[in-house]
Design a protein around this ligand. Sequence first.
Ligand code: HEC
Length: 243
Amino acid sequence: MFQWTAKMGRIGFFLTIFAFIGGLSPSTWSATPSSQRLPKNHLVENHFLTFQSELEPFSSPIARDLTINDEFISPIDQILSESFWISLPDQTQILQTSAPTGEKRWQFPVGTQVAHEIKFKDAHQTLFELRILEKLPGEVWGFGAYILNPNGDDDLILQTEAMEQRRELKLGSPEGREWLVKIAPLRQRTCAGCHQATTSNPAPEGEADKVGPCGFTAANPFVTGEWVQKFRAAKGYSPILER
Ligand code: HEC
């Protein structure tokens, strides 16, 4: 059976980098989340709670062709930070079932949103991307990346295929230097394929729309420990219903 470990995460990461970012396009298009726009402070407004990954930072790829002042940056945590968040609709629970092998499977309520927030470490902690996975009706997950509205208004907008080009941003470093950042986002068509390859909660073969979270599963001890306690304290009930 597939065992999710940090080491496999790394191996999977390199394999998938070649397979997905290198240009092979998997035929796993998936749905998008239900809204085209989100408020800038979506995570706070909608009472998301953070959870810790059990993988090393930046175990999932962030972008293609990232340079600052035309230099490639390595490792990328010098200039980017990431955090993980989840929100369940009010009074709902995750349904937990156990396979005969003892493996625990999670089924999430419709409306669940899991987020991967990625920010630059510039003077203003500018958002690069808010990646959202949303549980839609019919066991389907929508994948999308929201970005700052280039028109300058206050909402985040869902990135479309036409916006997947390399773009330029002018940012200020914390020490007051100028950063010319060039960055191309991941392609949305690669999201579900990679999640299917790296999750411990895989969807049935060939059902790309049913692929869900990678790190937010019953196999992550920080989720079943720390996050469950934090959820109980905040909401007053258990987020997990065992069947
Ligand atoms: C090459 C593999 C890969 C690709 C492509 C990828 N992800 Fe992920 N993603 C991961 C892994 C691995 C994690 C878990 C990271 C961790 O826990 O440190 C993750 C985590 C996440 C999370 C946090 C919740 C969770 O699943 O644990 C969200 C939300 C997410 N990804 C959305 C997306 C979206 C949207 C895209 C497409 C724009 C995408 N991902 C593309 C591998 C990938």
